[in-house]
Design a protein around this ligand. Structure first.
Ligand code: ZN
Length: 579
C-alpha cells in the first residue's frame, strides 16, 4: 500500500497515512478528437490545444498558497568529493526522468504551456507555477479539473491516444491483445491500429542518455552495491527488463541511495497498467538505519503482545523487509508532481517481493518540512495551548515509521469457517480504510507498549509527545478527504477517541486536548476492535464500524474550516541542483 498522494499514490506507499496523491479519479473523458488520425508514434495531433477559451480559476492564488516552497537540500559536508560528483550525475539522470514523466502525464504539454503567454501579463507567472506543480493544466488536488483552459483531463494521461473509442478501450482492456504492458506506450500506427511501443523504443533518446549517466556514475563510485545497481538499471532502461536491477536495489548498502525508473501506475487513470518514471536521489543515515533494524527485531514480540486472543496471532509473519531512513537530495518525475511522498515501499514486482521482501524508505527531511510548515501551524490553531509545546518532529517521524511497521503486524492470512483466506479478500472495499486506521492506531500502541515494557528506546516524555503530535496529525490527514482510505481512517480515529473521551474540545477556544493516560488505554481498545474484525474476516462489522466512525462529524468539519490558510503541502526546492 502506498499512500502518499492524495488519494493514493500507492507507492507504498504506504503512505503513511499522511500524504496522498490524487490520481485515478479523473471524472471526465477526453473529448477532443485527434484531427490527424494518421499521426503515428508521436503524441498525435495537438490541434485541440488551440481550441477553447483560457479561463483561469478564480481561486488560483489560494490554491498556489496551498503549496509552500521549501528548501530541502540536506547537508552534504560529510561526503567526499567523489560522492558529491556521483550525486551530481545522478541528479542529471533524474532530470531525464522529469522529461519522460512530463510526456507520460500530459499530451501536448509544450503546446499547452505555450498558451499561458496569451494570458494577461500579471497572471502568467502564477499559472506557470501551478502548471509546473501539476505538470499540466489539470489540478491534481481537485480530481484533475482544469485550472487553466477548458480541456478535459485525459483519463489515460498520455499513455494512450486521446480519442480511443469504446471498442478500442475494450480492445486495450483485453489482456490477450498485449496492450497492458507495464512498460509500453499505446499509439496508433499508420493504418490507425493500436500498437504498444516499449519504453526503450518510445523514449529511446531519453533512456539512452539516462543509461549513459548511470554508467558514468557507476564508473566513479567506490561502493560496489551502488555500482552493481546503476549498471543493471542502465541496462534495464535499454531492455525494459527491470527484474535484475530491482533485486540489486534491495541489496544497496551505500551512503548514496537512488530509486530511479518506472514504478507506480496511478497516473494511468484509465487502466492502471502503465508505470510512470520517477527518481529519488537520497543519502542514507547509517546510525538511524541501525536503530530501525533493532525496532524490526521487536516485531515478533509486539505480535505476541497484541490485544487479541492468542489463536488470532500470526507468529509466522516474515519481517525481512529492510527499512532505510534517508534525506532527499533531489526528486523527479511522478513523485515530484502534486503532493510529496514522505515514505515509499518498493519494488512492486511480486517476484522480487517473494525473494527479498520490499524496502521501506522514509524520507526524513521531507517529513521534517511537513512538520514545520504544516503540522505545527495546524497545532497552533487547534491543539490546546498547554499541549502545543509537546509536539516534536521526532514523534511525527516515529508515527510514520511505526505506521509502516504495523502493516506487518496482526491478521493477514486467516481462516473463516474452516476456509483459508485473507483479510483483504474478506473485507473487500472496506479493507484499505480499516487497515490504514489499524496501522495508525497500532503505531502509537507499539511505541507505548515498548516503552511500558522498559525496552529503553524512548524517553518517558514519549507519551505526551506522541499524543500531542498524533492529535495534530489527525487533522492534517483528514484534510486529504474522507473519500479516500487514509482520510477516512483518520476520521475513524478522531471520532472514536472523542467518543471515548481521550480527545475533548474546549467550547470557548475551539481547541482540542488529548488526555494522555486515557489515550494510551483507548488506543489499545481501538486496535483490539479493529484487529478482531480483521481476524474473523467480518465484512458486515467492518462496514458498520466505518459507517459509525468514519464520517465528517460537525465538530471535525468546524475544526477543518479553521485551517483554510494553512498550506496543504510543501513544494520542494533543491536550489543546489536547479538550473
Ligand atoms: Zn499505511
Amino acid at each position: 500500500m502506498n499512500p502518499f498522494g492524495f488519494p493514493v499514490k500507492m507507492l507504498i506507499i504506504v503512505t503513511l497515512a499522511m500524504a496522498t496523491l490524487v490520481t485515478g479519479c479523473a471524472k471526465e473523458k477526453e473529448k477532443s478528437v485527434s484531427e490527424n488520425p494518421s499521426a503515428q508514434t508521436g503524441t498525435g495531433s495537438c490541434n485541440w490545444v488551440a481550441q477553447g477559451d483560457l479561463p483561469v480559476v478564480a481561486d488560483l492564488d489560494d490554491r498556489l498558497a496551498g503549496y509552500i516552497p521549501t528548501e530541502l537540500s540536506p547537508d552534504l559536508a560529510h561526503l567526499d568529493a567523489t560522492q558529491v560528483e556521483v550525486l551530481e550525475i545522478l541528479v542529471a539522470a533524474s532530470k531525464v526522468m522529469n522529461e519522460i514523466f512530463h510526456v507520460q502525464a500530459t499530451p501536448c504539454r509544450d503546446d499547452l504551456a505555450a498558451r499561458i503567454s496569451e494570458l494577461p501579463a500579471d497572471r502568467q507567472a502564477a499559472v506557470q507555477r501551478y502548471f509546473r506543480i501539476n505538470v499540466g493544466p489539470w489540478d491534481r488536488r481537485f480530481h484533475h479539473e482544469p485550472f487553466f483552459g477548458t480541456w478535459p483531463h485525459p483519463e489515460g494521461a498520455n499513455y494512450y491516444p486521446g480519442d480511443l473509442t469504446v471498442e478500442e478501450k475494450a480492445f486495450v482492456a483485453d489482456d490477450a491483445n498485449g496492450m497492458d504492458g507495464l512498460f509500453t506506450m499505446v499509439r496508433r500506427d499508420e493504418s490507425g491500429s493500436l500498437r504498444a511501443i516499449p519504453y526503450s523504443e518510445f523514449f529511446a533518446d531519453q533512456l539512452e542518455k539516462a543509461a549513459s549517466l548511470l554508467n558514468e556514475a557507476a564508473a566513479l563510485t567506490e561502493n560496489a552495491s551502488l555500482k552493481a545497481f546503476l549498471e543493471a538499471r542502465a541496462a534495464a532502461f535499454l531492455s525494459d527488463d527491470y527484474y535484475e536491477s530491482d533485486m540489486l536495489w534491495m541489496d544497496l548498502d551505500s551512503i548514496i541511495e537512488i530509486t530511479i525508473g518506472p514504478y507506480e501506475t496511478y497516473e494511468d487513470g484509465l487502466f492502471g497498467y502503465k508505470a510512470a518514471f520517477e527518481s529519488f536521489v537520497t543519502i542514507t543515515d547509517p546510525a538511524e538505519s541501525r536503530r530501525l533494524a533493532k525496532f524490526k527485531d521487536e516485531l515478533p514480540w509486539l505480535e505476541s503482545q497484541l490485544p487479541i486472543g492468542d489463536e488470532h496471532k500470526n507468529m509466522n509473519r516474515g519481517s525481512e523487509s529492510p527499512i532505510r531512513v534517508v534525506d532527499e537530495v533531489y526528486s523527479a518525475g511522478d513523485t515530484r508532481a502534486g503532493i510529496q511522498t514522505i515514505a515509499f515501499n518498493l519494488p512492486n514486482d511480486e517476484r522480487v517481493r517473494e525473494a527479498k521482501g520490499s524496502k521501506k524508505v522514509l524520507l526524513r527531511n521531507v517529513m521534517k518540512a511537513k512538520f514545520d510548515q504544516i503540522l505545527m501551524p495546524i497545532a497552533e490553531k487547534l491543539v490546546a495551548a498547554d499541549q502545543v509545546g509537546d509536539l516534536t518532529a521526532e514523534s511525527f517521524f516515529l508515527h510514520t515509521l511505526w505506521h509502516e511497521m504495523s502493516h506487518g503486524l496482526g491478521p493477514g492470512k486467516i481462516s473463516v469457517a474452516g476456509r483459508d483466506t485473507e483479510v483483504r479478500l474478506e473485507l473487500k472495499e472496506t479493507y484499505s480504510t480499516l487497515e490504514e486506521a489499524k496501522a495508525d492506531a497500532m503505531g502509537e500502541w507499539d511505541i507505548f507498549v515498548l516503552t511500558r515494557a522498559g525496552k529503553g528506546y524512548f524517553p518517558d516524555t514519549i507519551y505526551r509527545e506522541q499524543a500531542a503530535t498524533y492529535l495534530a496529525g489527525l487533522f492534517r490527514s483528514v484534510r486529504f478527504g474522507i473519500g479516500e482510505a487514509h482520510g477516512a481512517a483518520n476520521a475513524i480515529q478522531f471520532n472514536y477517541l472523542m467518543e471515548k473521551k481521550a480527545i475533548s474540545v474546549d467550547e470557548t477556544t475551539g481547541r482540542f486536548s488529548i488526555d494522555v493516560p486515557v489515550f494510551e488505554k483507548v488506543i489499545a481498545d481501538l486496535v483490539s476492535e479493529i484487529i478482531m474484525i480483521q481476524a474473523v474476516g467480518d465484512y458486515e462489522a467492518s462496514v458498520n464500524f466505518i459507517k459509525q466512525y468514519g464520517n465528517m462529524s460537525p465538530v471535525l468539519a468546524e475544526a477543518l474550516e479553521k485551517l483554510a490558510d494553512i498550506p496543504v503541502d510543501v513544494e520542494p526546492i533543491f536550489s543546489r541542483y536547479e538550473d
